[in-house]
Design a binder for this molecule. Structure first.
Ligand SMILES: [Zn+2]
Length: 76
């Protein structure tokens, strides 16, 4: 994924991994035929849950999950 030489690795800001819903959520999604997308902000609890996704729509919903004026704080 990265085009940088190995010696640069320690000098670059870390790239956060894409956020994935928890295992239980993914199992529930798989059973129900849903896909859950999380807001990329780690402190934010906004999720978008969709069913019957067309190929190519995933990106749109990923953007939708990140598109809100105010991040919602996780409670607890
Ligand atoms: Zn958010």
């Amino acid at each position: 994924m990265s085009n940088h030489p190995a010696w640069m690795a320690g000098h670059l800001p870390p790239t956060p991994p894409p956020r994935r819903p928890g295992l239980l959520r993914r199992i529930a999604d798989a059973i129900g035929g849903y896909t859950t997308y999380c807001c990329p902000e780690i402190t934010c609890d906004v999720r978008v849950r969709v069913r019957g996704l067309e190929p190519g729509e995933a990106r749109r919903y990923q953007e939708l999950a990140a598109d809100h004026s105010q991040h919602r704080r996780k409670s607890g």
